[in-house]
Design a protein around this ligand. Structure first.
Ligand code: FES
Length: 154
């Protein structure tokens, strides 16, 4: 009888984990990743519904507070989308982002969060298919991580 109960509990837990659908906030540069997302949409590529997009004019405009606030409010992951190096419309905005990211990853680790809760990816306007694959990969990784633990403290 005890064994059956343990099996049921494990099965229930697995089902809960499988049912978990992570919420991803995408903060995308207008000129590249946002346009890539638009291109993926007009090409009718199937993207997981887990992503909500916030558009900024340049990834260099992504303030640390935006990321911290998104995670604090319960986003399971934050995906920053930037132009490829050398393609930034504001010359060096994405260089600043690249330099800022390790600091932010370090900061969220100090909050007790897994570093995979924050991703930076360089995705151009013509890479809608790549964006779709990146989002699918991110969803799978976040499913394995489980819900953002900060959600419990809201
Ligand atoms: S304009 Fe896209 S990262 Fe700066």
């Amino acid at each position: 009888m005890v064994e059956t109960t343990e099996i049921e509990t494990k099965t229930e837990t697995k089902t809960e984990a499988e049912a978990f659908e992570p919420f991803i906030l995408g903060i995308f540069c207008n000129w590249c990743t946002y346009t890539g997302a638009d291109q993926a949409g007009t090409s009718r590529m199937q993207r997981p519904p887990n992503l909500r997009i916030m558009r900024v004019m340049c990834s260099g405009r992504v303030e640390p507070e935006m990321i911290i606030e998104a995670l604090r409010r319960g986003a399971d992951g934050v995906l920053v989308g930037a132009c490829h190096i050398g393609d930034c419309h504001y010359v060096n905005g994405n260089f600043k982002t690249v330099r800022r990211m390790p600091v932010l990853v370090n900061l969220i680790e100090q909050y007790g969060l897994n570093p995979n809760r924050l991703w930076l990816r360089h995705i151009s306007a013509s890479e809608g298919a790549e964006l779709t694959e990146i989002v699918k990969e991110y969803v799978e990784i976040l499913k394995k991580l489980g819900p953002n633990p900060l959600k419990k403290h809201k």
